[in-house]
Design a protein. Structure first.
Length: 698
């Protein structure tokens, strides 16, 4: 292996030198382009006519247009070079992590392909590093030598995989290399799994396993539902799936088209570095509460609905209901009444041959917007409005029109005034679009016979009556999907009407009453989007075999058989039973001190938020940090948090208190809470019972 190691180190050194040269060249191009752009800008401004008299105006505007085209050219060049520099800097951390040797059917010498976190070409436009998301890289993740294939440009390419080699690399230093064929013997994976955990989730690009890869590269479908046991890498797979979609649709998918719904703010911050570390921008990462706050529904609460009966009542009721005069209201811009309630009602009644719903509302909204457009057209001929336009500063003109437009001839003045008024009234168009002309709460209370509408009811009613929602969204990813109620998921399906959904979760981590099970989720999305594909992740990469075996005891019998761990054998969980409260408290303090002394990131996980606060008071003075509900994990130490906040996180050491008989009877929610808490641990687990250990764990 020494000869192989030396050969690979030589290749790494050569590759690293190429990357350094590319980095320096791109930096030089960026600096040169910037200097050249500034010089051209100064020269062109010096030579600019700046004469807007009638006979010279056309020449001046032509010069301005030429200047704009030059600036756009520099911007395009800068964007291309900035992207290349970003990829280069990602690769300089570790140029690649794997190599495959492929024999193609047409014969010739076998081809070595090096796979990295991003792709890079040389000066002859040949790839010397291939992006892990490229079609050919899939043969690496299939994890089996011999005849195989991959899809590229609509064709199936047959190849023979002769070698699959992994690398452990730090910048230009080769630490180790391994030739592997099966995941269970994956040395790079095992090294990654035994590393200490931190406040941030790391990328798993180099260690994606076959069953994970099947989810990441799954064909694009309306909905994909993934059930995975604790520690199976669901969240990492979700993020890799996003990165894969960005690569596959790099010409037409923007981060603004993707929404990632996370269970809590702590979890959002835990994952927010993964995609940037792979050279991709984060999509919108938000919780259900964040989304409601964006829509002005923060104070309404989640409600207590567990089924869709209210939504069915809304859908059925709209077919019989009507809007009365007092359901309409004025639309104002500041003190100015732009559209009266009577005018809005007239637009709506114009289509009274149609039932209430998005079609009728869309026609009424278009009619209202046309009324505003006619108002703007009338005002554009008003001398006072035209005079106000002529008084705009240069900065205001550029902000409104994107260029300097003054002075104007008599023929242009009304049109420019109309454009300016359209810009001024742009907020009115948005208000009409969003239904600001309607007292929705008033109508909803009457329709449903309720005193108030919670956030889900209000939003569903708005979507059922007016349509709309976030139509730009192309992908919506929901992590910990088992934590949502059916009404919440129904709202999300309707709010993102054009999106494809990826939903990941673990039915056995449903720790709240009334949340949806996977059968209901499947039925809901079959009705909402047409079809649902399903995948399973049954291998735990997080926990040692001993910890995995313990939390698997809490699974239904049919799932226990499928679950397995790939970690090396470790320590057996420590179980402490203390009937005396003082002895129990002392044992808990000792466990916290031992975890703190070991270093790394550890957790004391309580059954509820109130119990977490009680433990914080009990253990005052110990090296322990109570994590706020909207807080951020520290880099190391012992954090105290409740099981809901711990969802999706993992720790080197976990302490679970209060696992005595009375606290954990054999019923689903308690079983799920215990399973969730135990499965946060990777290597070390301590269970403490104030009395006899719960029967669930015996």
């Amino acid at each position: 292996m020494d000869a192989v190691f030396e050969e690979e180190q030589a290749h790494l050194s050569e590759t690293y030198a190429k990357l350094l040269a590319i980095r320096d060249e791109v930096r030089g191009q960026l600096e040169g382009d910037l200097a050249e752009a500034l010089e051209d800008k100064e020269n062109l401004f010096d030579e600019l006519t700046r004469d807007f008299s009638a006979d010279i105006q056309l020449e001046t505007l032509t010069e301005l247009e030429a200047l704009n085209r030059i600036i756009e050219g520099y911007n395009l060049s800068a964007d291309i070079n900035t992207e290349k520099l970003r990829r280069t800097e990602v690769l300089l951390r570790a140029p690649y992590f794997a190599k495959v040797r492929l024999q193609f059917p047409q014969g010739g010498q076998p081809k070595d392909i090096y796979i990295g976190a991003a792709g890079m070409t040389d000066d002859k436009r040949r790839h010397f590093i291939v992006d892990w998301r490229s079609p050919v890289a899939e043969v690496y993740y299939n994890q089996a030598n011999g005849p195989t294939s991959y899809e590229a440009n609509g064709r199936t390419i047959q190849v023979n995989l002769l070698l699959r080699r992994q690398f452990d690399i730090t910048r230009d230093k080769l630490n180790a290399c391994f030739d592997t064929t099966v995941a269970i013997e994956d040395p790079l994976l095992l090294k990654s799994l035994t590393a200490r955990h931190s406040a941030r989730l790391g990328a798993i690009t180099a260690t994606i396993q076959k069953e994970q890869n099947e989810v990441i590269r799954h064909r694009d479908v309306p909905a994909l539902l993934v059930q995975g046991i604790a520690g199976s890498g669901k969240t990492s797979v979700l993020l890799q799936r996003i990165a894969y979609l960005f690569y596959k649709e790099r010409d037409n998918l923007d981060p603004g088209d993707v929404f990632l719904i996370t269970p809590n703010p702590v979890f959002g911050r835990y994952i927010d570095n993964v995609l940037p570390d792979m050279g991709e921008s984060n999509p919108a990462i938000l919780t259900w509460d964040d989304l409601m706050a964006r829509l002005g529904l923060a104070g309404r609460g989640i409600g207590k609905m567990e089924d869709l009966s209210i939504f069915r009542a809304i859908d059925e009721g709209l077919g019989r209901a009507s809007l009365d005069r007092d359901d309409f209201c004025d639309i104002r811009l500041g003190a100015e009444k732009v559209l009266s309630a009577a005018s809005a009602r007239a637009s709506f009644d114009k289509f009274d041959h149609l039932p209430l719903g998005p079609h009728r509302s869309t026609l009424a909204i278009e009619d209202m917007q046309e009324k505003v457009a006619q108002r703007i057209l009338r005002l554009s001929k008003d001398e006072d409005e035209q005079d106000a336009l002529l008084e705009l500063s240069t900065e205001e003109q550029i902000a409104i029109f994107g260029q300097v437009v003054l002075p104007l001839g008599d023929e242009e003045l009304p049109e420019r005034t109309r454009q300016w008024l359209a810009w001024r009234y742009r907020e009115v168009d948005r208000m009409i679009e969003e239904g600001a002309w309607l007292r929705l709460d008033r109508f909803g209370r009457r329709l449903l016979g309720k005193e108030t509408l919670d956030a889900a009811e209000w939003l569903y009613l708005r979507l059922a009556l007016l349509g709309g929602g976030q139509r730009r969204a192309r992908y919506v990813m929901i992590d910990e999907v088992q934590d949502y109620t059916l009404p919440q998921l129904a709202v999300l399906a309707r709010y993102f009407p054009q999106a494809h959904f990826l939903m990941l979760g673990d039915q056995n981590q449903a720790v709240r009453k009334g949340t949806a099970d996977f059968r209901d989720i499947r039925r809901l999305f079959e009705e909402a989007v047409g079809s649902v594909d399903e995948c399973s992740l049954n291998i735990s990469y997080r926990s040692s075999p001993e910890i995995t075996a313990l939390f698997c005891k809490l699974l239904p019998p049919d799932q226990r058989v499928k679950a397995e761990s790939v970690q090396r054998p470790g320590e057996a969980p420590v179980i402490i039973e203390e009937a005396d409260p003082a002895a129990y408290e002392d044992a808990l303090r000792q466990a916290v001190r031992a975890a703190a002394a070991e270093g790394g990131l550890s957790a004391l996980i309580a059954n509820s938020r109130s119990r977490a606060r009680g433990l914080a008071q009990m253990l005052e003075g110990e090296p322990l940090h109570l994590l706020p509900e909207d807080g951020e994990l520290p880099g190391e130490g012992v954090v105290l948090l409740d099981v809901k906040l711990a969802k999706g996180l993992e720790f080197d050491r976990v302490i679970v208190p209060d696992v005595q008989e009375g606290a954990f009877p054999d019923e689903p929610l308690r079983r799920h809470r215990l399973y969730t808490a135990i499965s946060r641990a990777t290597q070390h687990l301590t269970l403490l019972a104030n009395g006899r250990l719960a029967e669930l764990l015996r």
